[in-house]
Ligand binder design. Structure first.
Ligand SMILES: [Zn+2]
Length: 451
């Protein structure tokens, strides 16, 4: 017979065990693919996007998932696994600074009413889709993805943890958890969708209208594994004030997180810029004045510039504006990231191939190849805050790199032909074929309880 007392003692034992697990487990728990042997890559050409230079015939040594040595005269140790990329151009991995891997809305029925997605697809199903989309991104050379919400009930955190624990291959995920906004988020729901007007668009948005609700929403996302905070600045006429945005930023800063604002009006952009937000998503609120202010304050622009080559997703008029604004941002020296918002399926293309298609807009905006590449690499690392741990091909950093046919500094379309991908020192793609087996294991990982 179970008495109240025995339940209490069971709970006490369980709690003690849980506490011990927290204390004993290793924080960070990054499980690298087994790489105790040294890997040596012979790079025919090695691009440094920051410097805009190409070095010939470099040797790159990798050990325990990190870069160990790089140079023309590096000795390859006996027993090292040698990977010959002498016919390819090696460069650091790419960054998509705005995507939604657990969202793939369909023309029917979600088009323009994508809250149908959370009615028809469970978070569990969307997490599996995210796993697939992550691999598709990695195969196209995207080793870092900022996953900015609309991922159901934290499918983005699940994706990040599954990749970090080594269950599946995928990019480094910088995820936002649930988007925080005033009531309604980006939707215009019916009264029937809510109970007493609370959280009517959950789990796509957290309704947070008052200062108390804003603070709690930020903490909820942090508790459930967000690594960046995403807010709707002006999805509704009531939007967030400068003080509201500053409150989000102050609360996020306590956990060391930055804030991205979804902005769709000039007025919203003004408020976000005045508050000193970290990054602004989309270009609808941009103009010459906003760009000058963003450049002055060093605010990242994640413009999500949809190309005309994805005609279902923009119009000639909208595209002309997109290109002109990207050009204007470039001329004003706004810090630019490569960002796509590619949360849809294009027949015949993987999610990675849809994302890489966005280089077309950058080409049409006449951005030099080296600066397109910088937006896709060094700027992406800075905006993701990985530049000291992951991104650049530098000794001591996580061993992520890709290799392509041709030189993207001469012809940016070379990025469409990624033949080789390494992530954390493991080979994910070789000779153009995915080799994910080294990234898969089913084992438990110490630290599972740390999000
Ligand atoms: Zn988006």
């Amino acid at each position: 017979m179970i008495t109240m007392k025995s339940i209490q003692s069971i709970l006490r034992i369980a709690l003690t065990f849980a506490m011990a697990t927290v204390i004993c487990s290793t924080p960070g728990f990054a499980q690298q693919p087994a790489a105790s042997v040294v890997t040596a890559i012979k790079a025919g050409q090695l691009v440094d996007p920051a410097a805009g230079t190409v070095l010939k015939n470099q040797i790159i040594l990798i050990e325990n998932g990190k870069f160990k040595a790089i140079g023309p005269n590096v000795t390859i140790p006996a027993g090292a696994e040698v990977i010959d990329l002498s016919g390819l151009t090696v460069l650091p991995g790419l960054v998509d600074a705005h995507n939604h891997l657990a969202l793939t809305y369909k023309v029917i029925p979600e088009r323009n009413i994508y809250y149908m997605t959370y009615i028809t697809e469970s978070t569990a199903l969307r997490a599996i889709q995210a796993a697939s989309n992550g691999m598709q991104m990695l195969a196209s050379g995207f080793t870092i993805v900022r996953d900015m919400g609309n991922n159901g009930n934290y499918a983005d955190t699940a994706l990040r943890l599954a990749i970090e624990q080594g269950w599946i291959p995928g990019p480094k995920i910088i995820n936002s958890g649930i988007i925080i906004g005033g009531i309604g988020g980006q939707f215009w729901p019916t009264p029937e969708m809510g109970v007493n007007g609370k959280n009517i668009t959950f789990p796509e948005y957290i309704d947070a209208d008052t200062p108390d609700e804003i603070v709690k929403a930020v903490r909820q996302n942090e508790l459930y594994g967000a690594k960046v905070i995403k807010i709707c600045v002006d999805c509704k006429p009531w939007g967030y004030s400068v003080d509201d945005i500053k409150l989000v930023m102050a609360e996020a800063a306590k956990a060391g997180l930055k804030v991205e604002g979804h902005v769709q009006t000039v007025d919203g952009a003004k408020r976000a810029i005045e508050a000193g937000i970290w990054s602004i998503a989309h270009d609808s609120g941009m103009n010459d004045e906003m760009h000058k202010l963003m450049a002055k304050k060093g605010i990242w622009r994640a413009g999500t510039e949809t190309p005309m080559t994805l005609p279902e997703h923009t119009t000639p008029e909208r595209y002309a504006k997109t290109v002109a604004l990207l050009r204007n941002a470039y001329e004003n020296k706004v810090p630019l990231t490569y960002s796509t918002d590619a949360d849809y399926y294009v027949p015949g293309k993987t999610r990675g191939e849809v994302s890489i298609e966005f280089i077309e807009t950058w080409k049409d905006a006449k951005i030099p190849n080296v600066d397109i590449l910088r937006a896709m690499t060094v700027n992406g690392y800075k905006c993701s805050e990985t530049e000291n741990t992951r991104g650049p091909i530098q000794v001591g950093l996580a061993a992520d790199l890709i290799a392509v046919v041709g030189n993207p500094l001469d012809q940016i379309d070379a990025l469409r032909n990624v033949k080789f991908v390494m992530k954390d020192g493991g080979v994910f793609k070789r000779d153009g074929i995915m080799t994910p087996e080294k990234f898969l294991h089913g084992g438990p990982v110490n630290g599972w309880n740390i999000r």
